[in-house]
Design a binder for this molecule. Structure first.
Ligand SMILES: *Cc1c(COP(=O)(O)O)cnc(C)c1O
Length: 432
């Protein structure tokens, strides 16, 4: 939208979910955002080509670095999260590794929540060895644990809005203050909440990462991820020469000095995405844009169904525990009221009164729930960690991961809640 057409109005979330980042195609009039299925872009003349490659002008060069369909997705997500910009990636884990790669150097220290997504914990342990980092995992529920773990080399704090399997809700504002006292940014994985339920940047987080694979796409069709930057962190505080000082990887460009608040995002795109190459495909960006158009509507229904099912489960004698932070009496009640007033998401675990056998029987019994390793689909999903994702672990190791032999994880979809209850009833009947 050109400046003179920019309306003097703050649009609401649903309006922005549909319109942010996209406008009718100027050449064809196409109303939906076209899938720009192109690797590269013709330059007008040698001068503008040079200006693009020098980052003196912002223009399309090659779809590993930028693409108009992907750019629409980036702008929309950034708008919804309240950031100054975003960079999309091929997956949530590609987004995270790239976010870290851009700001960390060998010898740096990271404080991370021990309740992060399992794939993230594995990724951090791997990067720790490969990049000579040091990562301290802390129980995220006690802010003092974060403060105690911080030291001189700490360059990042990394948490998740809603963790799994415990349903831990992060005290974002408090942890952000601890990070800033240490001169480090706070990065939050907001995949389970989405910006409709929580906007971590509003509470002081500096960077948000997403697996778009989950609720943003919302239909279980595509893998993707993104990094959103609040543009608030001061990279010139003397602790981030990797961003503030001239970069040998980009002919001596000083990203922070040259691009100001956009320094981190520019380095993330022009260096990290260029060199590590985990770019989002334009077709997937198109599907994520479709998903985001209905994000708020879908999340409200996901949450409504999740609440109904969590309450129903919590009243059963054959269930020992329901770990949904949105249940009345949850130990995360106050944090949910503060950070997740619209609801505590739709992914949670419950524990069967019975061991591995009971868990597997329960899975055998259900027909509507799909037995698979994903979350955030319109379809309801179920998994028994002890016999699948965590099957190599002993009962003691399971307990350390917060998983019991009879723990079941649900991702509640958009079906009729009564049908989902009917289905779960069949799981209980199978246990006998
Ligand atoms: C799935 C997931 C990821 C990883 O995303 P991919 O798109 O699978 O790479 C990271 N964090 C959370 C919370 C997730 O659910």
């Amino acid at each position: 939208m050109s400046e003179e057409h920019r309306p003097d109005r703050e649009f609401g979330f649903h309006t922005r979910s549909i319109h942010a980042g996209a406008r009718p195609d100027p050449t064809t009039g196409a109303r939906a955002i076209p899938i720009f299925q192109t690797t590269s872009y013709v330059f007008e003349d040698p001068e503008s080509a040079a200006a693009y490659f020098n980052l003196q002008e912002y223009g399309n060069t090659y779809s590993r670095i930028m693409n108009p369909t992907v750019a629409a997705f980036e702008e929309r997500l950034s708008n919804l999260e309240g950031g100054i910009g975003a960079v999309a990636f091929a997956s949530g884990l590609a987004a995270q590794s790239s976010a870290l790669f851009t700001l960390l150097a060998p010898g740096d220290h990271v404080v991370a929540s021990a309740a992060l997504y399992g794939g993230t914990v594995t990724q951090l342990k791997h990067l720790e060895r490969k990049l000579s980092l040091d990562v301290t995992f802390v129980d995220p529920d006690r802010p003092q644990n974060w403060a105690d773990a911080v030291r001189e080399e700490t360059k990042l704090l990394f948490g998740e809005t809603i963790g799994n399997p415990g349903g831990n809700v992060l005290d974002i504002e408090v942890i952000a203050n601890i990070a800033h006292d240490a001169g480090a940014p706070l990065l939050v994985d907001n995949t389970f909440a989405t910006p409709w339920l929580c906007r971590p940047l509003d509470w002081g987080a500096d960077i948000v990462v997403h697996s778009a694979t989950k609720f943003l796409g919302g239909h279980g069709t595509s893998i993707g991820g993104a990094v959103v930057d609040a543009g608030e962190f001061d990279w010139s505080n003397g602790r981030f020469p990797i961003i503030a000082e001239p970069s040998p990887a980009y002919h001596g460009l000083a990203f922070h000095e040259t691009f100001g608040t956009y320094g981190y995002l520019m380095k993330l795109r022009a260096e990290t995405l260029r060199d590590l190459g985990g770019a989002m495909s334009p077709f997937n960006a198109f599907l994520f844009l479709q998903g985001i158009e209905t994000l708020g509507l879908r999340m409200d229904r996901h949450v409504g169904n999740a609440r109904t099912i969590a309450e129903w489960l919590s009243e059963r004698d054959d269930v020992t525990q329901v770990r949904y932070p949105g249940l009345a009496g949850s130990k995360y009640g106050e944090l949910v009221a503060k950070y997740l007033p619209r609801g505590a998401g739709a992914v949670f675990c419950f524990d069967l009164d019975g061991g591995r056998e009971a868990g597997q029987d329960f899975i055998r019994g259900v027909r509507l729930f799909s037995h698979l390793a994903n979350v955030g689909d319109a379809k309801s999903l179920i998994i028994h960690p002890a016999s699948t994702t965590h099957r190599q672990l002993t009962d003691d190791e399971l307990a350390a991961a917060g998983i019991g032999p009879g723990t079941i994880r649900l991702s509640i979809g958009l079906e009729d809640a009564q049908d989902l209850l009917w289905d779960l009833e069949q799981g209980f009947a199978q246990i006998g």
